[in-house]
Design a protein around this ligand. Structure first.
Ligand code: DAH
Length: 346
């Protein structure tokens, strides 16, 4: 009987070592300490034993019971520490704990600006269209009244992909302005047209605080019967009010672009000094933000649009400049440096 008890204890403790969860502890308890367990049977049978034997076996059996109970408690503690088991009162998962922060990014400030500009024009009935960044010389220059040897080419030196082609095709380049999309749209979309054309453009120049070899522009192109320069002004005034604020003053002056006639430049009252003159506006009180004009009849004609029937206006502006003005950022290279300390501020 004593041997049997010893064996029972050894087996039980051996098995306990392999118990790794609360469920396992429960069934181990039932098996070794429960009503139907061998130990309980031994304890129950004590009454039928002769007195001497009853004393010895009884003491031993009770000791085994104490040892097993102690073993159980110990194992429970070990598992608790290892967080595999929790006492019944404790919730296995504290659902009231705040979740772990999950880092979510946001749109780049230039993309945010681009979307905002598009939204304003879309609300005025414009569609958003895109064109290729690797462009034929034809759409970037020729179609826009900038033939080879035209001095306007000097203001926009680009990276050539394919300068001379044997087959006599127009050479390929990285587009210098999104006005190339205007030339494409004129060719492919029948009027009435009302589009904005955002995208990346490239210039072959060294970068400094106000220049990068790649930047963003958005052009606009409107073609319809009876479109006049007053619609051009109305559209761009409205844009400036919506983007820079209700009371922002706007100024138009004559300017020259080969693909429009007449051409204008639009400036807004300086955001920093309110028109008094400061470093930001070069003491003029005004900041130029875009070029525009009535599309040249030859540009329409090249696209297959009859300038006797339709009139048209166009405009184009740099996008990077706008968040710079708004947030008083003095170096455009910050937008392209991938420095999260800068980007997180927007
Ligand atoms: N493409 C010109 C530039 O990059 C800007 C421009 C001026 C676009 C007048 C236009 C426009 O559509 O009508 O400097």
């Amino acid at each position: 009987m004593l041997n049997q008890l010893e064996e029972l204890k050894l087996n039980a403790l051996q098995e306990l070592k392999d118990v790794n969860d609360i469920k396992g502890l429960g069934s181990w308890r039932v098996r070794y300490l429960g009503r139907k367990s061998n130990l309980t049977k031994v304890l129950r049978s004590l009454a039928s034993l002769p007195l001497e034997e009853r004393k010895v076996v009884g003491a031993r059996a009770n000791q085994v019971k104490v040892d097993l109970e102690e073993g159980l408690r110990q194992r429970e503690r070990v598992l608790q520490e290892a967080r595999l088991v929790v006492s019944a009162k404790e919730e296995p998962i504290d659902v009231t704990l705040p979740g772990r922060p999950f880092p979510i990014g946001h749109l780049h400030p230039i993309t945010q600006t681009l979307y905002e500009i598009c939204d304003i024009f879309v609300s005025m009935g414009f569609q958003v269209v895109e064109g290729p960044e690797v462009e034929w010389d034809y759409y970037n220059f020729e179609a826009l009244n900038i033939p080879k040897e035209h001095p306007a080419r000097d203001t926009m030196s680009t990276s050539w992909i394919d300068f001379e082609t044997d087959s006599g095709e127009s050479p390929m380049l990285l587009r210098t302005h999104t006005t190339s999309v205007t030339a494409r749209i004129a060719e492919t979309v029948p009027p009435p047209i009302r589009v904005v054309e955002p995208g990346r453009v490239y210039r072959y120049e060294a970068s400094d605080a106000t220049h990068t070899p790649m930047f963003y522009q958005i052009d606009g192109f409107v073609v319809d019967k009876g479109v006049t320069i007053s619609e051009l002004k109305g559209t761009l005034f409205e844009f400036a009010r919506r983007f820079f604020g209700e009371n922002r003053k706007v100024r138009f002056r004559c300017d020259y672009f080969p693909f429009v006639e007449p051409g204008v430049e639009m400036a807004i009252e300086c955001l920093l000094c309110g028109g008094k003159g400061c470093r930001l506006c070069g003491n003029t009180g005004w900041i130029e933000i875009l070029g525009a004009g009535m599309t040249h009849p030859q540009v329409l004609q090249r696209g297959g649009i009859d300038p006797e029937v339709y009139t048209s206006f166009a405009f184009g502006m740099g996008i990077d400049r706008l968040p710079m003005l708004r947030h008083q950022i003095d170096d455009t290279r910050l937008f392209y440096s991938s420095d999260l300390r800068f980007l997180r501020q927007f």
